[in-house]
Write a protein that binds this ligand. Sequence first.
Ligand SMILES: [Zn+2]
Length: 270
Amino acid sequence: MRAVPVFLYHSVSEDPPDWIAPYTVSPKTFREQLDRIADAGLTVVPLRRLVAALHGGPALPANAAVLTFDDGFADFYWTVAPILTERGLPATLYVTVGAIHPPGGEPTGSLLPDSRMLNWRQVGTLDAVGVEIGGHSQTHAQLDTVYGQRRTDEIVGSKKRLEDAIGHPATAFAYPHGYSSPAVRRQVRAAGWTSATAVENKFSSATDDPMRICRLMVRSDTPDSVFDDWTAGRGSRVGPIRESLYTRGWRSYRRFTRFVGAPVGGPPKD
Ligand SMILES: [Zn+2]
């Protein structure tokens, strides 16, 4: 398996709130990027195909790519899903459970700033039409800086609430902000999540860690040339991630300050 681009999107919108704007692409750009993926000869496969390959199952087709979407913005329902359906493309949507509204009601609460988020009825519909619904914690906390019951609720409690809502097991997890630690990854695996995605801006590969799958984050300012490099398997390093001193130092700093910070991202890691 060569370098596998696992694309990470957030919102796809013309008018996002300021806080998510740097991580938002317009519907027009999104369509063009899907064209670029197709023009490069890539086959978009469900995340579960990559996960199966990483667990020793059937190899992926040559030139595979994966589409993932974080947080659970309402524009996934209104904008992204129709575009994916029109093109017959699979995707995984990771929802922040505490940010999802009951129809007509208030969400249980998350650290994400105000935005139009999905409701549970929409999540159920997306699940029914074949979008894989994954978990992205309860409140979008930085999981490597919380402990005990709080962390259990983020990892185990959110899984139960998500499964109660969609009526079947959910197995795909994404770390909020991409942050994890060895203890977090052990707890995620023990809770029954069979895969977890990070950020890192690296390609995934046959030797990637299924509990720390590398993704490439598409931002509002991602140049076409960079996107094209990614579709060609160039321009970024290939995972798995090795935990650097820098990563450990940055985690210590975040633990020390209990810094909540920007809802996505953080400083560039390399
Ligand atoms: Zn997120």
